[in-house]
Ligand binder design. Sequence first.
Ligand code: HEC
Ligand code: HEC
Ligand code: HEC
Length: 455
Amino acid sequence: MSAGLLRAMTLAVVGLSLFVAGCERPPPETVQRGYRGLGMVEVFNPRTVAAQVEANQVPAPLPAASPGGPAASAVFKNVKVLNDLSVGELTRTMAAMTAWVAPEQGCAYCHAPGEDLSSDSLYAKVVARRMLEMTRHINSTWKDHVATTGVTCYTCHRGKPVPSDIWFENPGPSTAQGVAGNRAGQNFPAPQVGLASLPYDPFTPFLDQKSEIRVVSTAALPGDNHHSIKQTEWTYALMIHISQSLGVNCTYCHNSRSFVSWDASTPQRATAWYAIRTVRNLNDEFMNPLASTLPASRRGPLGDGPKINFGTCHQGVYKPLFGAKMLADYPELSGVVIKAAVEPAPVAALPAGVLARILFETGKTDLGPESMQAIATAAKALQENAALKVDLSGYADRTGNPAANLELAKQRAFAVRDALKAAGVADVRIVLKKPEFVIGGADAEARRVDLVAAN
Ligand code: HEC
Ligand code: HEC
Ligand code: HEC
């Protein structure tokens, strides 16, 4: 090779690398997240990470209230949630809430000036009371997702009355009837799905309703798999939202060789699995019912209330506020919701060998916090006894459409299987049985999945 040609080639390579490196500076770095050779790497840019760290600083904790003193419930007139605190602790909590949610507006955001502090005349106070219950609920019921780090008002609000990432049902762009045609919920670049031409509202089906996210067939031949490519696009839309909100690649949770396999996934996928259930539960139990309390100006184009998604808490970071443990300084937000005493329902003894019995609402396949707890206990038993396997038997009754009932029973067994996998039980230890009919009428016991110990 002539020296001239060599020089020309070197220049070309240098030029090309300058061009490529010029796209993003300083050069992005990578962290290996799976075994070598799997390509499970996380790409990040130190410059953007530095900016994120800057934006995710937490406010310094307020000085602790002096111990003792009179109980808030004895001094104040209208304390329904924080009634287990002292006056000093309640005052400290109010100061913290003001700094986290309404620093500019101050106490007046929730307490109308001139009125007694016990008055509930402002909607913001009524909402804030429910938010106190929600925060306690997240920290006590959803430890599978938030662990002991937990959340405070600041996790979502960051010094603003309305968190920066909320969502409403999205009717999509208005199109002239018959001219632009049916967009089928997609086909224009939407920021919430990374400007891809994917469904622009993956939130309504997956984070408000409880549509099935699973799309990969469990059998080699068709028959088992009813999921179309179109449905798969909805799952991808949700996954792009999750990745964006956490600032990570798909390989943060999946080995892309098999997106479905839990054994090949990282532990973070299980945490995210609980996150999906947490968000659904919060929207269902807290946000949707609050819609009627909020003024019309706070509602969406279709009149629904604001709702939570992955971005509401994470805001672009894999752990909100890079995992700062703010809750430790505010133990009053970690408590259990104090409800009027409810008679506990009598628990029927389970037949021998049944590790857990999970009941479902009519037509539903989703698992509530109680079911999740029962499954966690069963998973623990399985972990303690390595020889044990578990048979999952789904049951249905004969009222209504029998085929649809059997399909429901099957989907319920799938939901329980996923929960077991997310709790760390290996695939090979879970055996799915054919769904069966229960003899007799339609009662709650018929809509169930039994976890039966097997060898
Ligand atoms: C984001 C809304 C919000 C802000 C801001 C706020 N509060 Fe409150 N405040 C509440 C709620 C909600 C309750 C009722 C708590 C409960 O029911 O457990 C309450 C109750 C109180 C009570 C008890 C009143 C009674 O007699 O029942 C006092 C006192 C109080 N707040 C003082 C303050 C002070 C002082 C500030 C400003 C530093 C403040 N609050 C800022 C929401 C707020
Ligand atoms: C998991 C996230 C999350 C947490 C934690 C949270 N909030 Fe909220 N909050 C929201 C969302 C979402 C809304 C709805 C936004 C809107 O009102 O448009 C909201 C609304 C509110 C509003 C009504 C604001 C308005 O003017 O519409 C108040 C007041 C409020 N929150 C106070 C609190 C307080 C106090 C805490 C802590 C005890 C808290 N929030 C914790 C997500 C959260
Ligand atoms: C933070 C973790 C996380 C990230 C990042 C993530 N996923 Fe997922 N993914 C999950 C969880 C959890 C499920 C299971 C959801 C369920 O079944 O409720 C899932 C399910 C899936 C499924 C369905 C598998 C099945 O059972 O049929 C596909 C396909 C998928 N993800 C693709 C992707 C793609 C593509 C990306 C990147 C754009 C991505 N995921 C990013 C957590 C993640």
